[in-house]
Write a protein that binds this ligand. Structure first.
Ligand SMILES: [Zn+2]
Ligand SMILES: [Zn+2]
Length: 246
C-alpha cells in the first residue's frame, strides 16, 4: 500500500472513531447510564453507595481456606502460584459490576472497581523495580471476532496505572481452545496444554509477576501460564490478583 492510500485509510478510521464517539455521547445524554446494581443513580456505571456494600474476601489460603497472612498459599497446600489474592466475594454490587463489564461493555466500571480492590487488597509490598503486572491473553481471532477487547488486559492496565507497577504482555495464546466451562478437570488440563507461548522476555531483575483476572474460573489456564513463567525465569513468586471468588 502506498503512502497516499495509507493516509486515506487512517483518515477514514479517525472519522469513524469520531462519529462513534459523538453517537455514544448523544446516547448518553438522551439515556444517562444507570448504576449496574441499584439501577437508580444516574451518570455512574456503579455508584459509590453500592460499592460500599461489598464484602472484602477474608485472609485465607485459597485451597484449604484456613487463615493465612495476606492470602498466601499455606505450606500444606503446594501450588504453582505463591499467592492468590481474592479481593471480594462474588455477590451483590461486585457480581453486577463484573457482569456489566463482561456482557454490557461497561468499561468505565474498571476504574472504580480497581480502586476499591486496591483499598481492600493493596499491593504496597511490591516495587516497580522487581515486579510486573500481566494478564491472561486471548487468542487474536477470538478477541477480534467475539469481544473486541480482553477485559483482563484492561484490568491489568488500570491496576498498573493506580499502583505504578509496569504492565507487560508476557505471553501469547497460540491455540484456539473450546470453552472450558463444560469440561471435567482433566479435560480442561488437556484443553489448555501447549496453548500459550512466551511473547516477551523478562529482565533478570524481575522477581514477582502479578497476573490479573476478574473472577476465579480459568484455573487450568492460569496454572499453565504460571508454570510457563516459572519454567523460563527465576521468579520468587507468581501472584494471582483476582477481583472476586464465588
Ligand atoms: Zn448503585
Ligand atoms: Zn492451605
Amino acid at each position: 500500500m502506498d503512502c497516499k492510500a495509507l493516509d486515506t485509510v487512517k483518515c477514514q478510521k479517525t472519522v469513524q472513531q469520531g462519529v462513534k464517539k459523538l453517537y455514544k455521547q448523544l446516547i448518553n445524554t438522551l439515556f444517562p447510564p444507570l448504576c449496574c446494581h441499584c439501577q437508580t443513580r444516574e451518570w455512574v456505571y456503579v455508584c459509590p453507595v453500592c460499592l460500599e456494600t461489598v464484602f472484602s474476601y477474608p485472609d485465607v489460603c485459597f485451597y484449604c481456606r484456613n487463615r493465612s497472612w495476606s492470602q498466601n498459599v499455606c505450606e500444606e497446600c503446594v501450588s504453582i502460584l505463591d499467592r492468590i489474592i481474592v479481593c471480594f466475594s462474588y455477590r451483590w454490587a461486585i457480581k453486577s459490576a463484573i457482569k456489566a463489564l463482561k456482557y454490557k461493555d461497561y468499561k468505565a466500571i474498571i476504574q472504580p472497581l480497581i480502586q476499591k480492590a486496591l483499598r481492600s487488597q493493596p499491593l504496597d509490598q511490591y516495587d516497580s523495580s522487581n515486579t510486573v503486572i500481566t494478564y491472561i491473553p486471548m487468542h487474536r481471532r477470538k478477541q477480534y471476532r467475539k469481544r473486541w477487547y480482553n477485559q483482563g488486559s484492561l484490568l491489568a492496565k488500570e491496576l498498573s496505572k493506580q499502583t505504578w507497577l509496569p504492565c507487560v504482555n508476557l505471553c501469547k495464546k497460540i491455540k484456539l481452545t473450546k470453552s472450558q466451562t463444560k469440561f471435567s478437570r482433566n479435560k480442561r488440563k488437556m484443553n489448555v496444554y501447549n496453548t500459550f507461548t512466551l511473547s516477551k522476555s523478562l529482565a533478570n531483575h524481575i522477581k514477582h509477576v502479578i497476573i490479573v483476572d476478574d473472577i476465579v474460573t480459568t484455573w487450568s489456564t492460569l496454572s499453565t501460564v504460571a508454570w510457563l513463567l516459572k519454567k523460563h525465569y527465576s521468579l520468587t513468586s507468581v501472584v494471582w490478583y483476582c477481583l472476586a471468588r464465588q
